[in-house]
Design a protein around this ligand. Structure first.
Ligand code: G3H
Length: 253
């Protein structure tokens, strides 16, 4: 179901004490009736702590990755059932950093998306182009290809449960935010692709987030755009007050 979401991807940051401090700050200041859905994604070792600390609050906890298999000889991996077992509700899949540094492919993103849905975990599926691809004029076909492959084999009723995050790689951690117009253009391309793959009603139901140097000062313009339903936030989600500014300034449509 389409909703406004502000998700904080902590990436490989924060030791336990820092994670605790940020969560305490959020728990103290995020009101029960907060408008956007709020999600934090700490590293695996602190997921249980995050779940415990946010119990009874509107804050949800996401993992930053997972394997698609149930269990077995996959050293170093974590399964969907294990995440569900500790109370995790969302999982970020196919982030460009995983695609670049850890051989994540469209095929593995597709397997993970299906596995997440099978376990009632909400997948936050990432896509995005490099600056080079944008300059070569192949941004649209690249994004459409990533979306099509990530969702391959999913029924419309499943796709409605998927969250998509558009993150232009050139805007991640660089301080270069895509303009609201640039971000809206691509989020609209994604929604049109969903309508072509499924139907207009299904496309309308999918939440599409923008990620890449989102901050308290630019989130209103970004989320004020018709097809941008929130943000996947990296750096500015690490400190409670920075993240709160984003939560508070997001436009909830
Ligand atoms: O997952 C989050 C994104 O990669 C954005 O990171 P950033 O806000 O630090 O640019």
């Amino acid at each position: 179901m389409r909703k406004t979401i502000i998700a904080g991807n902590w990436k490989m940051n924060h030791l336990g004490a820092d994670a605790k401090e940020t969560i305490q700050g959020l728990v103290a200041k995020v009101p029960q009736d907060v408008k956007p859905e709020v999600i934090i994604a700490p590293v695996f070792p602190y997921l249980s702590m995050a779940v415990e600390m946010t119990k009874g609050t509107p804050i949800h906890v996401a993992a930053q990755n997972m394997h698609w298999e149930e269990k077995g000889a996959f050293t170093g991996e974590v399964s969907p059932a294990m995440l569900v077992d500790i109370g995790v509700t969302h999982v970020i899949l196919g982030h460009s950093e995983r695609r670049t540094y850890f051989n994540e492919t469209d095929e593995t993103v597709n397997k993970k998306t299906k596995a997440a849905l099978a376990h009632n975990l909400t997948p936050i599926v990432c896509c995005g182009e490099t600056l080079e691809q944008r300059e070569q004029g192949i941004m649209q076909s690249w994004i459409e290809g990533q979306i099509e492959k990530a969702l391959e084999g999913l029924k419309a009723e499943d796709v409605k449960k998927v969250v998509i995050a558009y993150e232009p790689i050139w805007a991640i951690g660089t301080g270069k935010t895509a303009s609201a117009a640039q971000a809206e253009e691509v989020c609209a391309i994604i929604r049109k692709k969903l309508a072509a793959l499924y139907d207009a009603a299904t496309a309308e139901d999918v939440s599409i987030l923008y990620g890449g140097s989102v901050k308290g000062g630019n989130v209103a313009e970004l989320t004020g755009s018709a097809d941008i339903d929130g943000g996947l936030v990296g750096g500015a989600s690490l400190k409670a007050d920075d993240f709160l500014a984003i939560i508070n300034n997001a436009v909830v449509k």
